[in-house]
Ligand binder design. Structure first.
Ligand SMILES: [Zn+2]
Ligand SMILES: [Zn+2]
Ligand SMILES: [Zn+2]
Length: 255
């Protein structure tokens, strides 16, 4: 299985509009972070997790032409604002784009993108979306997708395990039942906002502690603000931990 980090930034991205800090002005491309999203590729499938406002640029950069399914962690704009750009995938595949999410997110998408669920005016292009609820593990061809609940502040949102790999973003706390579902993952991508604590996202130290508890061979951090300079922060991390960056490709061995 191959994971591509499409974006490793927070809702504002890095650089932040109008910010002159050294990270926003850094010439190191690893400090340039589009909004958080990943592509999961197996021998048979291409799956997308989250469709933020940078999705169009990410799809062009990585030459994404086919998507077998899309999974949504939660309804914050930095995770769904690009849904309209799924239009072309429906045209190419000649079928609606399958989207898995919680019931809450499904209902939110039906409201925010209401025009996609009404007959369009002639000449108007709308995305064709096949919204499905995921509450228990789903076997999609060669991938078993296990949804797990994590807390994003007081909200319950979804994270996903794909065979031996897991993607957890926008988490501030993980219930024990969800940690149990991650037992044995070889590779984990986990959010780490900044060094200072935050009410709705794990700080770097909290993410390291949770990463140790989960115990993947390799843990990559994502959903980072401009407060984390890539090179300096990466050097400070314990063995088995590293900062992800946009365009990073991770190979995860199937057992
Ligand atoms: Zn987010
Ligand atoms: Zn900045
Ligand atoms: Zn969020």
């Amino acid at each position: 299985m191959r994971i591509t980090i499409l974006g490793s930034g927070t809702s504002l991205g890095t650089p932040i509009i109008g910010c002159d800090c050294p990270v926003c002005k850094s010439p190191d491309p690893r400090n340039h972070r589009l909004r958080a999203s990943i592509l999961v590729e197996t021998a048979h499938q291409r799956l997308l997790v989250d469709v933020g406002p940078d999705f169009r640029a990410q799809a062009l950069r990585e030459n994404i032409r086919v998507l077998d399914a899309v999974l949504i962690t939660h309804e914050h704009s930095d995770h769904i604002a690009g849904l309209d750009d799924l239009r072309v995938f429906g045209w190419y595949a000649r079928r609606p784009v399958v989207i898995y999410s919680s019931r809450t997110v499904k209902e939110f998408i039906e409201t925010r993108f209401d025009y996609a669920f009404r007959p369009p005016q002639e000449g108007t292009g709308v995305p064709t979306l096949d919204l499905r609820i995921i509450e228990t593990p789903v076997q999609l061809d060669d991938v078993r997708i296990t949804p797990l609940t994590v807390l994003h502040g007081v909200w319950e949102i979804l994270a996903f395990r794909f065979n031996n790999f897991a993607y957890v973003t926008d988490c501030s706390r993980m219930p024990d039942a969800s940690k149990a579902k991650l037992k044995g993952v070889r590779c984990l991508v986990l959010n780490a906002l900044r060094r200072e604590p935050h009410p709705t996202h794990l700080s770097l130290d909290e993410a390291i502690a949770l990463g140790h508890e989960i115990g993947a061979e390799q843990t990559w951090f994502t959903h980072m603000t401009h407060a984390l300079e890539h090179e300096a922060t990466n050097k400070s991390l314990p063995a088995g931990f590293a900062l992800a960056y946009d365009g990073l490709k991770i190979e995860v061995k199937d057992e």
